[in-house]
Design a protein around this ligand. Structure first.
Ligand SMILES: [Zn+2]
Length: 173
């Protein structure tokens, strides 16, 4: 089954996602698996719920080569970050063919919940830290292509063409 992603410049990607209530209902539980499938199908290392049509504060990530151990992060919050940053180019599954030059912290401490609702606090480095910061932007309606020379640009965000959402959630029953 081919999973369609919400794509830029769809205005839906600009919405701010909401907290996920616990205990997870069956639908949200299924959604985490669906997100992982979508991530692998599109050869990404991370994917936020908004990219498959749900305004929920959760994302999946797998930066391993094997691509068989997706991690699920629910209601994530960055509680600490390094002084050191790195500016590099990033792409997004929701903006194919485009890229942004984005400054990210090299190291972050993330607080999040797993599917059972248990709280975790963990330090992430380098590629994982970058990927998490990219996904956290999705939860706020931001995209990596909004950045200019490393910095987030409100003007660029605004100037990106906004079109009415034509995304249909096909599995939203
Ligand atoms: Zn993205």
């Amino acid at each position: 089954m081919y999973i369609e992603l919400v794509k830029h410049p769809d205005v839906f990607l600009r919405s701010v996602s909401k907290d996920v209530p616990f205990p997870l209902d069956d639908k949200t539980e299924r959604l985490t698996k669906y997100m992982a499938r979508a991530m692998y199908q599109h050869h990404g290392i991370g994917l936020a719920a908004i990219q498959v049509g749900y305004q929920l504060r959760m994302f999946v990530m797998d930066c391993t080569r094997a691509q068989e151990s997706p991690q699920v992060f629910i209601n994530p919050v960055i509680v600490k970050n390094s002084e050191e940053t790195l500016t590099d180019f990033e792409g997004c599954l929701s903006a194919p063919g485009k890229r942004g030059e984005v400054k990210r912290y090299l190291r972050i401490v993330l607080k999040y919940q797993d599917k059972e609702g248990a709280e975790h606090q963990k330090t992430f480095y380098d590629l994982e830290a970058r990927c998490i910061q990219h996904e956290m932007d999705h939860l706020e309606g931001r995209l990596c292509i909004d950045y200019e020379k490393g910095e987030y640009s409100r003007d660029k965000h605004k100037s990106q063409t906004m079109v009415e959402s034509d995304f249909r959630v096909k599995h939203n029953t």
